[in-house]
Design a protein around this ligand. Structure first.
Ligand code: XMP
Ligand code: MG
Length: 183
């Protein structure tokens, strides 16, 4: 699929590449200040958070390490099932670690709330959340999120790591997927 075809499947570009770049840089300054003197373990949630992780980690001017987890709650649809499975666990022992979870999007919050309690039970010193996107209107659980890039409307979005059926992840901005594509 050509990128131009991918773009034609969007009803709207919600956030441009440049807006993402400058917002991540802005939040990186907050993270650096909040974690000065600490070694931070960034935990990326595969696969959607790959782009956020790549850009945030390289923007940060404090020492960080990275680990990855893959969970599944969706299949190929567009609705969270709330049933979470670990597809790939961390390689790292979390005890005593300063952890920052890096997410692409918080929608209902069901996946992250499950993940958070799972990771907390492993004894980290602290654990906080960084997400590029959040849909406030879709929230079904209350989660304390320390860093939010953009609050977006309750529409299915793709690009910058986010997919529909594994497509559109390489779009550089974030756009609303035309409902005709998935209905
Ligand atoms: P919940 O609803 O549990 O969603 O917070 C968690 C995961 O679902 C995916 N997700 C999306 N993926 N466009 C996507 O491409 C969306 O609008 C969207 N909403 C949720 C995503 O993997 C997220 O981590
Ligand atoms: Mg995700």
């Amino acid at each position: 699929m050509e990128l131009t075809d991918a773009q034609a499947d969007l009803t709207e570009i919600l956030i441009t590449e440049e807006q993402i770049r400058s917002r991540i840089a802005e939040l990186a300054r907050d993270v650096e200040r909040d974690y000065a003197g600490k070694d931070v373990l960034l935990i990326g949630v595969l696969k959607g958070a790959v782009m956020v992780m790549a850009d945030l980690s390289r923007e940060l001017r404090i020492p960080v390490t990275m680990d990855w987890m893959a969970v599944s709650s969706y299949g190929s649809g567009t609705q969270s099932s709330g049933v979470v499975r670990i597809l790939k666990d961390l390689d790292t022992d979390l005890s005593g670690k300063t952890v920052l979870i890096v997410e692409d999007i918080i929608d209902s919050g069901l996946t992250l709330s499950w993940l958070l309690s799972n990771l907390k039970s492993r004894g980290p010193e602290s654990i906080e959340i960084f997400t590029l996107l959040r849909k406030p209107e879709a929230a079904r659980v209350e989660i304390d999120v320390k860093y939010v890039g953009f609050e977006i409307p309750n529409k299915f979005v793709v690009g910058y790591g986010l997919d529909f059926d594994e497509r559109y992840r390489t779009l550089r901005g974030v756009g609303i997927l035309a409902p005709a594509v998935y209905s």
